[in-house]
Design a protein around this ligand. Sequence first.
Ligand code: IVH
Length: 701
Amino acid sequence: MYTKDIEITLTQLAKDLLRHLQQQQLLQSIDETLEGLRRVIAYNDWRYYVQSEPVISDYEYDQLFAWLKKLELEHPDLVSADSPTQRVAKGLTKEFITVPHLVPMLSLENSYNADDLIDWDRKARESAGLSEIEYCIEPKFDGASISLIYEDDHLSRGATRGDGVAGEDITTNIKQIRSIPLSASFSKYGIHQIEIRGEVLINKNTFKAFNEKRIAENLPPLANPRNAASGSLRMVDPNEVAKRGLEAFLYHMSYHTMETGKAEPDALKTHSGTLDLLSTLGFRSPAKEKKVLKGIQGVIDYCQWFETERDNLPYEIDGMVIKVNDYALQDKLGMTTHHPRWAIAFKFKARQATSKLRSVEFQVGRTGSVTPVAKIDPVHIGGVTVTSMSLFNEDVIREKDLKLGDTVLVERAGDVIPYIVKSVADLRDGTEQPILFPTHCPVCGDQLVKPEEESVWRCTNINCEAQVVERMIHFVSKDAMDIKSFGESNVRKFYAQGLMKDIPGIYELDFDKIATLEGFGKKSLTNLQTAIALSKTQPLHRLIFGLGIRYVGETTAKTLASAVTNIMDLQSWTEEQILLLEDIGPKVAGSIRQFFANDDNIQMLNKLAALGINMENTQGSRHVSGNLDGQTFLFTGTLAKLKRSEAEEMVEQQGGKILGGVSSKLNFLIVGEDAGSKLEKAKKINTIKVLTEDEFIKMIQ
Ligand code: IVH
């Protein structure tokens, strides 16, 4: 679809459009401008989401997108169904309607080793009457399968697999996946209607970041990228789907019709040709990863080689799929009711195994949360021996119906932490016992509480020994103050020996006494001493993160650190002021406020300051109330109390900057009456804080 020539033309067109936008001029006509913007945006979506090589900056992209939106608002009659603006959804999905697939979505037969493949190849050759068959081999993506229909070049429907015969219509959510084109030039190849299948995935890094956020919010992490992908596809709010960063690979053409009188293109005679065609048309297909080979030995080698690459890929795959390349031969081989005879999956080594659930221990975390931890018979999965894993909270135990003595299915995928998939209820013999959640803290004995809106039981005694120790472990950890060679075991040891009892105690250790402990030679003692001394100059965000304030992860700690001159400034911040900071919601703001309103915490901070720990923001970008250094503002709509120029002057007087338009560079949008497209756009960029005029006045005062 995008030949080099077209790519050059579209890059040039993007520049032209940006220039015209700056001069507030259309191209020749409104139609030409709209068409140009749509083509340039679709092209840049492809560069960014399919090729991972953007050619214009996010800011320029945002500007073009905003212009297109503005023009479409002014000319609603000129909005086209495949305009990039049409990905943006309005409202919630009330119900996902069941829709039949044009052709049933079959499953694949599985193979696990070379012998299975040799056997399958022999049967296929016998049935085809050939001495050798050409195969196309590609990754088996571990996500959620989808089916897309394009009619007259437009994406007309997207559906889940469902039971294979019918799935759920998730078109609106599918449109949030930017690597799926809203239109593609199938008609250039004479194709009128086509059903293509593929897999929706979440990149491993996106998944990791997503789970880190959930854990910081005390929510149980999602089990694996596959579950996250399929869960995301069925979310009722398409805007939330858009935030999940889903990706899609298309790997199968299940049905197509040609335009009258048009001959089938050669590309559609083979599977590999189809993958190439899909790629040419702007889809992400395994065109690069595929290999076309004759004879089964090469297939086996390629599958085994790919398995060694598995962990280097940015997404999860659980095997390879081997397909007969020639469609005519596929038809000849046919299918059973469950799977085609012309394809087989080669499954990689299992990352699942069964074991016995022996006991559950209850661990008290630094915020008092009580986490059940399953102890299982040691089991070997993917090169690691697993003996224990978190069950997160009581609900998980109930939802998975876990009992002591149960046989449990355990999964450990890539760098995902091991977890229990389910209990195998069929294998119960009646001796299994229920898991009883404690009513009192297993460490200090205080009664546990469970706030209504939470799923976690908590010990509220902040002097509970477990919490105290866990807070210190967190404080010295790598992501917090990074006190090298301290670690969990030394925290526990020193605490047990009475050498330190709280965080300031880390800086008051008696090294003469430590020298008498077993395992502390001169060198390790010096190392520890140096590491502790060095940590005193760590940047402020590490100290803030190290304090273990509930819901304050590394990102929030950085936001807070850059907003103050000294950590003690936060003592006087109101919840409303904290809320104005980037990405901080009410729950987090409340928790921060609570921390700094607590006398014990302030005493601890004073002690740390007296011990010489850095309390200052030495990395710039201050933003205290009344000082808008480095912050960007934009006004939209009619202000009731201030003149626009007056308001802008107030911002600039306090070091803030006025921007010309909404983009990811904007920090605050102040909305007056009848705010229009700027507000719409700002709502989609979640780093922008939208303020009313009154909120702005309060802030500036
Ligand atoms: S072909 C009729 N190719 O694996 C055959 N499937 O276990 C259509 N899958 O339901 C499927 N990667 O969701 C095919 N490269 C690939 C695949 C793939 C993942 C999934 C698909 C299918 C399941 C079967």
